[in-house]
Design a protein around this ligand. Sequence first.
Ligand SMILES: [Zn+2]
Length: 96
Amino acid sequence: MLLIHCPYCDETLPEAEFTYAGEAHIVRPDPSVSDETWRDFLYIRSNPKGPHAERWRHAHGCARYFNAIRDTVSDRVLVTYKAGEPRPAIAGEHGQ
Ligand SMILES: [Zn+2]
């Protein structure tokens, strides 16, 4: 079971309190871009082995969205941060 820290409530709670909401930091393209760019925006997601930026929602608490860096190898949440904040650097992470 994952334990996730809500940066708004400042509590660490079981995963069942939260819902996964997809990859974080996906930038919506300008409406005038090509169909291929829209396809990529809608359907193409990264699938890294290691730290991955994700959106989560504290569905059974404050109901707010926030971001988390989860290591896909260990399945541990390394850090959480409020929506709109920049992605924090993770020690030992390369190529991000
Ligand atoms: Zn919360």
